[in-house]
Design a protein around this ligand. Structure first.
Ligand code: NAI
Length: 252
């Protein structure tokens, strides 16, 4: 579809070595964007970039820690160097953190989750926005969660960070609404990625599936479809909003 053709556009995807980020990077590239595949994990990011190039797409790898402001600035400079200019960004890198009740929550995990899941999104936008303005406009998607709008036992840092991502997204969106940058957040429910499969056993995964009215957890492709739509010109009047892809989870 013409409006979801990202020819001539350069896109940064953070956390692109795995799960949702990898699928978003591959879909953007299949839709002809030049994708900067960024992650802490450089070797897995290189595999994603190889898959993109094998499929005829354009990709470069940039190892970066989103919790490091300077690395976020260098990532944007890398994208400008490789792609000419930056038009699109998906601030997707995220971690789960400890699972403890708030009264016992480990302070170190709190700091780490806020650093990656919240500060990382701010550092990303802090340097992406000036570059996208320079390019004449574009769009950003920040990966939140259903836990950006509802609570969940034993995950206070994650829930707090994801709620904050919604506020950050709204504020940046209104600041740049007349300057050609649309900024939205996406709220997936539980999605089948290593973030879940590495941390949870099958019985827990089955239990999570049952919490969704659709009776299953989601796929990375379902999150990617929404993300790519929001980045595309088909979403030209959509900014500052939070878009769920949750199988009905938050409708209950
Ligand atoms: P994942 O664990 O499969 O992939 C996350 C990627 O981020 C990994 O490649 C990891 O190396 C990278 N990463 C972690 N810390 C980083 C840092 N400091 N700097 C750069 N890269 C870093 O996770 P998944 O499930 O694909 O999650 C992606 C995003 O979607 C996260 O923001 C997560 O919170 C969000 N999300 C995931 C859900 C799920 O059920 N899987 C549900 C709702 C939201």
């Amino acid at each position: 579809m013409a409006e979801q053709d990202f020819s001539g556009k350069t896109a940064i995807v953070t956390g692109a070595a795995s799960g949702i980020g990898a699928v978003v990077a591959e879909e953007l590239a299949a839709r002809r964007a030049h994708v900067i595949v960024s992650d802490l994990n450089e070797s897995d990011a290189a595999e994603v970039a190889d898959r993109i190039r094998d499929a005829g797409g354009k990709a470069d790898v940039c190892a970066a820690d989103v919790a490091d402001a300077d690395a976020s600035r260098r990532l944007v400079e890398f994208a400008q160097e490789k792609g000419g200019s930056l038009h699109l960004a998906v601030n997707n890198a995220g971690i789960g953190g400890a699972t403890e009740p708030t009264g016992d929550y480990p302070l170190e995990s709190w700091r780490k989750v806020i650093d990656v899941n919240l500060n990382g999104v701010f550092y990303g936008m802090r340097f992406q926005i000036p570059a996208i303005l320079e390019a004449g406009g574009g769009a950003i998607v920040n990966m939140a969660s259903i836990l950006g709008s509802v609570g969940f036992h034993n995950t206070s840092a994650y829930v707090a960070a994801k709620h904050a991502v919604l506020g950050l997204t709204k504020t940046a969106a209104i600041e740049y609404a007349q300057k050609g940058i649309r900024i939205n957040s996406v709220g997936p429910a539980f999605i089948n990625t290593p973030l879940l499969s590495k941390n949870l056993d099958q019985a827990t995964l089955d239990g999570l599936a049952g919490m969704h009215p659709m009776g299953r957890i989601g796929t990375c492709e379902e999150v990617s479809a929404l993300t790519c739509f929001l980045l595309s010109d088909r979403a030209s009047f959509i900014t500052g909003s939070y878009h769920l892809v949750d199988g009905g989870y938050t409708a209950q």
